[in-house]
Design a protein around this ligand. Sequence first.
Ligand SMILES: Cc1cc2nc3c(=O)[nH]c(=O)nc-3n(C[C@H](O)[C@H](O)[C@H](O)COP(=O)(O)OP(=O)(O)OC[C@H]3O[C@@H](n4cnc5c(N)ncnc54)[C@H](O)[C@@H]3O)c2cc1C
Length: 420
Amino acid sequence: MSGNGRKGKILVIGGGISGITAAVEASEAGREVVLVERNPYLGGHVAQMNQYFPKLCPPSCGLELNVRRFKTSPRIRCLTLAEVESISGGPGNYHAVIRRNPRFVNDKCTACGACADVCPVERPDAYNFGMSSTKAAYLPYDMAYPLQFAIDGSVCRGSECGECVSACAYGAIELDMKPETVEVDVQAVIWATGWDPFDAGKIAGLGFGVHPNVVTNMMMERFAAVDGPTGGKIQRPSDQKGIESVAFVQCAGSRDENYLKHCSGVCCLASLKQARYVREQYPDAEVYVFYIDIRAPGRLEDFFVASQQDSKLRLVKGKVAKITEDAAGDLEVVAEDTLSGQQVKQKVNLVVLATGLVPANGRPVQMDGGLQKDEHGFMTVTQPMGGMFAAGCAKRPTDVATSVRDATGVVAKALHFCGE
Ligand SMILES: Cc1cc2nc3c(=O)[nH]c(=O)nc-3n(C[C@H](O)[C@H](O)[C@H](O)COP(=O)(O)OP(=O)(O)OC[C@H]3O[C@@H](n4cnc5c(N)ncnc54)[C@H](O)[C@@H]3O)c2cc1C
């Protein structure tokens, strides 16, 4: 079914690399776009990476390019701190109700930081997975877009305190800001809600949340990043010591009947990339990668082959059954090496769990127009021209380049549906 003939809007839900790409492509093709992002900033998980495989460039390079296009587009309305509450209507004529949570900081903000300087309240920093803290008045991260502070209303003392209001020379703080409801009529909807990390604490025997020196792959991205909790130094969380040995545990949750049946697609490459982070800082460190199969599709195979040149990187084919920690904080990783048939017990200083990707869970919202969720919760297209489309990791775990290509292709379909 085609749209209603007029050049209506497109709603993009999710402002990660897939959603940004979709919004920019649709707007550059002449469409009005409303982009809804639940975080106070755009970029999704890519904004939390230290480097991207395969080129190992900082994520700011790919993101920045798209954000620049985004900023200069007159046709995109960007709603951060927002989620879609309901969608009614049907293909070509959707009505979306969006809840926008208060930022408590208006557009006059220059990101000078005076509000945070005087703010007396500390809160765990979700951007760094709680490994550092920010003030209740915080800038999500240094390169954030929009480059504006936000105030965490769940911990701010409001007008009882009001230090930030007095400190802000620009009149940017509005502690009485209220949630807003925004309603939009759109022709098509693109879901680009991406993924969340699987909760590693649910995996029996691997000790996440019990042993401090067992961390996840996303935490490792933040450790390695210069704007991360350790200023870019990879060290043991328990005692801040350097690393002599590290084990990467693949398929932590993924490809496991008890947790996630699906392959999370990017974790093998992510661990091989992180092995390079370790090597850069610790030329002599022993690196072990415990894997079921290494999945490096297409040209990413070259990255795998290059990683194998590292003489101190050992690939052990075997699923890890158990991790224990001794009094000194060292860990013992127990696995069966399926090639030799021997049980391996490897002592290391740090374990990185290659935690899988699960579909991002937002509010349950009506979904029709040819989209459904598959058995893993990812979106699947049942009718290619139905009015609702999905892009990037909302459909399946995948890498950045594929997400960008996918989002661009999805926009072509949406434009066609809208009668372009
Ligand atoms: C440890 C690790 C390392 C990785 N390293 C690399 C790498 O080096 N190179 C590479 O190519 N890929 C890498 N990836 C994969 C990469 O993270 C994904 O390809 C990328 O995040 C996909 O982008 P996306 O926009 O589809 O999803 P996301 O990045 O998850 O973005 C989705 C956005 O939607 C928002 N959202 C979700 N639900 C809602 C809702 N209901 N309402 C409003 N907004 C919502 C989220 O807040 C988020 O901003 C890595 C993955 C992992 C786990």
